[in-house]
Structures are given as structure tokens and as C-alpha cells.
Design a protein around this ligand. Structure first.
Ligand code: GTP
Ligand code: MG
Length: 322
């Protein structure tokens, strides 16, 4: 709340008030807004919106970045262990911050279990990996998670059980996990947008879980005629998640359903919902499938800088295990 919006070009006290009212409380919010979003506010023209956004970008130092700057930002990446050493190693160490990681698979493949385990592991300092000196001391102090639950499958008892087996206090995990039940896609998107408010209020949100990313969209936008609208909204939602990951150095995890691929004779007979919109927005993509008994196989595919690979892990009463 400390930014003085009237420092922006063309913004007087009354416009500043309107911006704040609409949730644009600081330069960063404006710098990363679109012209269309700002012109939704009464009295802001396209030209004025563009000017404000450019001004805010200058003040936030957004724009072209040199390779060195990017390398510096990448150097603050930290990783969260999954509890499976194979899965961690396929990921190059663990679930990465500043990225969106997707777990797709059929029902019962273990997606929700991985999400629960991640909330537990966030509270275990030994499961947060980073290079010495790359992450400041405050960065990972008292980390908190946000769990957006669209299917009503978040289970605090399961968290307690996993925590107990990991030797950490389950109560602490629950205290540090904000759970929001989203009954439709609008609620889901709104909750994701509200995460920034939680951060402004002083919560050190370091993990964001969306379980599941696509079920609400899939239920609401049925039929071919609705596909374009669905994809557009999903794209906006993914942009919100990517922004959170980047700006606040969070790990973002999403689960996804699969549908049959109509023309698959070879390779994978199933595909994740959401098409290219989700595909391009997720940095790491996994297919999880059931193996024998409690075994599960997670296959990493389409990653920009890691080879396709498979990891085998188990789901037991203790949680995710080797
Ligand atoms: P959908 O959300 O339905 O698509 O499935 P999902 O991929 O999220 O599956 P989920 O993570 O809910 O996995 C469910 C599976 O995890 C169950 O079939 C069990 O095999 C296993 N599981 C869940 N809870 C426990 C538990 O407390 N003990 C044990 N041993 N296994 C569990
Ligand atoms: Mg699930």
C-alpha cells in the first residue's frame, strides 16, 4: 500500500482512488495489468491506461531484461522435495519455484496425494533445497501454502497423518495452509487473484496448489461452442498463476484430468485437458499412472530444459514414498 499512485503519468488523486478501489493498489499491479483491464474502470481511456502501465513498468523496472538479470532471477529459484527421490531427481532436484508444474492423470492416480504431501513438506526445512547464498534468509521463513480445492478433496486428517510420519507437527502444517473451496471457475479465478492480497498482508506464500485446475471449467463450458471462451478464461487463470510464481518466487502446482486422445495409435493414449493453453503455461508436465498395488509412475514430458523421464514412487498411509 506504500506506492503513491499519483506518481504515475496522468494519474490524479481521483483516478488514484478509483484504481485502488478496483484493486490496483500498487505499481506492480498496474505494471502487469492489460489496457483492457484498466479501461474497465470508469473514466480511464485506452490512451491513459497505456500511459499508466508504461509508467508503472518503468517504476517497477519491468521490461527488457539482460541475460545476466535473468540469470540472477533464476539463481533465486529454490526447490521443494516431493518425498520421492526418483521424482525429485527427474525434476532436477525437486518442484521448482518460479514455475507452474502440472500433474495430470486418471482418478486415483495420486494427484491429490502429491498436493497434500507438498503442503506438508513445505513446513520441513530439510525439504526445501537451494544453493547457499542464493535465497535470502527471510525468503523461506515461515512459508505458507494456499490450497484451492475445486473438488472437495482436501483432507486435514490426511495432512495430520502425513505430517506425523514425516516427524513434523501437523497442526503447524494446517495453520500454515490456507484452504479455499471453489465451487465454480469464477470462484477459482478470484481466489487465485486474492493470493496477492494475502501476500501483501504479510503472509509468506511459497506454495500455491490448484486441485483441480480444469474440472470447474470442464463442467461449465460444455460443447464445442463454448470451447473458445473456456480456453480464454483458462488462459487468464494460468497467467495469474505464472505471475504469482514469478513475482513471489512460489512453487505453483496444478492437477489436471485426462481425456482419451482420439487419434493415438502410438505413445500416450490420453491427453491432459486444456490443450495448448495449459501446455504452454506449465513449465513441468507430468502424466501419473497407476502401477501394481501402491506403485505409481510419473512421466515428465515436454519440458523445455529437462529430458523426458519416468519416476516410480508409492502412495502408502505415510504419504508419498520411494
Ligand atoms: P482424482 O482426483 O479422482 O482424479 O484422483 P487423484 O489422482 O487425485 O487421486 P488421489 O490422490 O486422491 O489418490 C487416491 C489414491 O491414493 C487411493 O486410491 C489410494 O491408493 C491412495 N491413498 C489415499 N489416501 C491414502 C491413505 O490414507 N493410505 C493409503 N495407503 N493410500 C491412500
Ligand atoms: Mg484428486
Amino acid at each position: 500500500m506504500s506506492d503513491n499512485l499519483t506518481d504515475l503519468p496522468g494519474v490524479g488523486p481521483s483516478t488514484a482512488e478509483k484504481l485502488v478501489e478496483a484493486g490496483y493498489i500498487d505499481f506492480m499491479k498496474i505494471a502487469t495489468a492489460t489496457v483492457g483491464e484498466l479501461t474497465d474502470i470508469e473514466g480511464i481511456s485506452e490512451k491513459a491506461a497505456a500511459k499508466m502501465i508504461m509508467g508503472a513498468r518503468d517504476l517497477c523496472d519491468l521490461g527488457f531484461k539482460s541475460g545476466i538479470d535473468l540469470l540472477k532471477q533464476r539463481s533465486t529459484v529454490w526447490k521443494l522435495s516431493t518425498s520421492s527421490s526418483e521424482l525429485d531427481s527427474v525434476l532436477g532436484g525437486g518442484l521448482e519455484s518460479q514455475s507452474v508444474t502440472e500433474f495430470a492423470g486418471v482418478f486415483g492416480s495420486g494427484k491429490t496425494q502429491i498436493m497434500h504431501q507438498s503442503c506438508v513438506n513445505l513446513q520441513n526445512p530439510e525439504f526445501l533445497f537451494y544453493d547457499e547464498g542464493s535465497v535470502s534468509e527471510d525468503e523461506l521463513a515461515q512459508p505458507k501454502a494456499v490450497y484451492i480445492d475445486t473438488e472437495g478433496t482436501f483432507r486435514p486428517e490426511r495432512i495430520m497423518q502425513m505430517a506425523e510420519h514425516a516427524g513434523i507437527d501437523g497442526q503447524t502444517v494446517l495453520d500454515n495452509t490456507f484452504v479455499a473451496r471453489a465451487y465454480n471457475s469464477d470462484m477459482q479465478m478470484l481466489f487465485a487473484e486474492k493470493i496477492e492480497d494475502l501476500i501483501q498482508e504479510g503472509n509468506n506464500i511459497k506454495l500455491v496448489v490448484i486441485d483441480s485446475l480444469t474440472s470447474t471449467f470442464r463442467n461449465e463450458y460444455t460443447g464445442r461452442g463454448k470451447l473458445a471462451e473456456r480456453q480464454q478464461k483458462l488462459g487468464r487463470h494460468m497467467a495469474t498463476l505464472n505471475k504469482l510464481a514469478d513475482l513471489f518466487n512460489c512453487v505453483v502446482l496444478v492437477t489436471n484430468q485426462v481425456s482419451a486422445k482420439p487419434d493415438a495409435f502410438f505413445g500416450m493414449a490420453e491427453q491432459a485437458i486444456g490443450g495448448h493453453i495449459v501446455g504452454h503455461a506449465a513449465t513441468f508436465r507430468f502424466f501419473v499412472r497407476k502401477g501394481k498395488g501402491d506403485k505409481r509412475v510419473a512421466k515428465l514430458y515436454d519440458s523445455p530444459h529437462l529430458p523426458d523421464a519416468e519416476a516410480i514412487f508409492r502412495i502408502t498411509e505415510k504419504g508419498i514414498q520411494d
